[in-house]
Design a protein around this ligand. Structure first.
Ligand SMILES: Nc1ncnc2c1ncn2[C@@H]1O[C@H](COP(=O)(O)OP(=O)(O)OP(=O)(O)O)[C@@H](O)[C@H]1O
Ligand SMILES: [Mg+2]
Length: 164
């Protein structure tokens, strides 16, 4: 039997921390679906479509990485896709409490779905989408922290914003 994993998140935008977790997942499982949560935030920087485009571009050479969107209950999506595993990343102790709660709730909802936590390389442990957006908006350098395509798109958004 092949193992299919789902890595859910908002990915607004995809960071090199996410990319690291996805690459690890792609080595561990037969297939991994990066599932972009739609409707989570009222004013995201990137639309769900843009986030999917970015993910597909970054992983275009990895056939066992799929990028999709979902809304509603995560475990329902996981079941619908025929997946067995939910992948989540842990950066620090601060992630743990929330992730632990979510994992136990999901376990209660669907006992057969396992949550697997993965740690990124140490150099990515301080990266979050929120921090990337904040630093970039204030003119800071995010090179090396996000895929090149994300950096390009961030710049495009900024210059469009200025032109408006
Ligand atoms: N740098 C990172 N290293 C490892 N895991 C990460 C990293 N950034 C996010 N994750 C994990 O990826 C999953 C999806 O996270 P999410 O889309 O919320 O990203 P985020 O960077 O935390 O964004 P935000 O700042 O908007 O909350 C979560 O399990 C989160 O813990
Ligand atoms: Mg988060």
């Amino acid at each position: 039997m092949s193992t299919l994993a789902v890595y859910p998140g908002s990915f607004d935008p995809l960071t090199n921390g996410h990319v690291d977790i996805i690459s690890r997942g792609a080595r561990l499982f037969d297939r991994i679906i990066v599932a972009v949560l739609v409707n989570a935030e009222k004013s995201p920087l990137f639309t769900p479509e843009e986030r999917v485009e970015i993910g597909r571009a970054v992983f275009r050479d990895q056939p066992n990485v799929e990028v999709d969107t979902f809304d509603g209950l995560l475990v329902d999506y996981v079941e619908r896709r025929g997946a067995q595993v939910i992948v989540r990343g842990l950066r620090a102790v601060s992630d743990f409490e929330f992730e632990f709660q979510m994992a136990l709730m999901n376990q209660r909802l669907k006992p057969k779905i396992e949550t697997v936590f993965m740690m990124p390389a140490e150099k990515y442990t301080y990266i979050s989408s929120r921090l990337i957006k904040e630093v970039f908006a204030l003119g800071g350098r995010v090179h090396g922290l996000v895929p090149d395509t994300v950096e390009t798109r961030l710049r495009a958004k900024r210059s469009r914003g200025k032109g408006a």
